[in-house]
Design a protein around this ligand. Structure first.
Ligand SMILES: CC(C)=CC(=O)SCCNC(=O)CCNC(=O)[C@H](O)C(C)(C)COP(=O)(O)OP(=O)(O)OC[C@H]1O[C@@H](n2cnc3c(N)ncnc32)[C@H](O)[C@@H]1OP(=O)(O)O
Length: 258
């Protein structure tokens, strides 16, 4: 793995990649250096053959948002010419499942990146929020769009216009995250989920991810057709025969790429 200054990337023997944001002294505030390294690390993780990626933060935050010190003196020109923040969006395009393991604060851009993950689990004392409004700006890494799709207009307006923070339980009630776990066990629990995914058929996992994501972006009829076509196509591969034979022979399936 390459050396990074603002994050670390590991890929273990089970082909689980773990990307850890690593600027704990600034609560993992997202600066330009981290954004460039993040994009490079995603490429490296994918090329390593990883079957799932865990995203977490070092210390008492997942990430407390974009780096305010770096951002304060930026201008419209420097932001728009560089299409600033666009690189973070690469996370949403990753072909493998992504699991956000949220420890502590996930605020502003931190919350926005978290919402790009496919599966999101958080420690009991994690807190989420989009406080950009208090800084005279709005979310810029997809926060208004993703939050509205996840929680609906009224809740999204409430959270975005007030900038208030919510705890892990409220985030789960609203649908932002799927599981709340004991603080300190977030990464461990994410690894359990990642291993389960890595032990499944890689093609079926990819098909499932593409179908779920399609649900957000297409009409129901298009989505149903997309799902059915993917379903049919999985019968072209050995994993389907192996999965079903293993069930009938009462043994665990041994998928080719697991
Ligand atoms: C993506 C887009 C479009 C926008 C954004 O994300 S804007 C940023 C949105 N985020 C925020 O507004 C949160 C800012 N941070 C806080 O409100 C607080 O730090 C806290 C509530 C998360 C934690 O407060 P606490 O008192 O526990 O800790 P601090 O002393 O405030 O922080 C420790 C250390 O980290 C620095 N820090 C924290 N957040 C950021 C940030 N977003 N950018 C830059 N630096 C940040 C903080 O200044 C402090 O550093 P020093 O010890 O050097 O003062």
């Amino acid at each position: 793995m390459a050396h990074y200054d603002t994050l670390s990337l590991t890929v273990d023997d089970d082909r689980i990649a773990q990307l850890t944001l690593d600027r704990p002294e600034a609560l993992n505030a997202l600066n330009s250096a981290m954004m460039a390294e993040f994009a490079a690390a995603l490429v490296e993780a994918t090329q390593s053959g990883a079957r799932a990626l865990i995203l977490t933060g070092k210390g008492r935050a997942f990430a407390a948002g974009a780096d305010i010190a770096e951002m304060r003196d930026r201008t419209f020109g420097s932001m728009s010419d560089a299409n600033h923040l666009a690189l973070w969006e690469r996370l949403a395009d990753l072909p493998i499942p992504t699991i956000g393991a949220i420890n502590g604060f996930a605020l502003g851009g931190g919350c926005e990146i978290a919402m790009m993950c496919d599966i999101l689990i958080a420690g009991e004392s994690a807190s989420f929020g989009l406080p950009e409004i208090t800084l005279g700006i709005i979310p810029g890494i997809g926060g208004t769009q993703r939050l509205t799709r996840i929680v609906g207009k009224a809740q999204a307006m409430d959270l975005i216009l007030t900038g208030r923070r919510i705890d892990a339980d409220e985030a789960r009630r609203l649908g932002l995250i799927s599981r709340v776990v004991v603080d300190g066990e977030v990464v461990e629990q994410a690894q359990v989920i990642a291993r389960q995914i890595a032990g499944s058929s890689a093609r079926a996992v990819r098909a499932a991810k593409e179908c779920v994501l399609r649900a957000d972006q297409s009409s129901l009829s298009e989505g149903l057709l997309f799902e059915r076509r993917w379903f049919h196509s999985l019968f072209a591969f050995d994993d389907q025969t192996e999965g079903m034979t293993a069930f009938l022979e009462k043994r665990p399936a041994r998928f080719a790429d697991a």
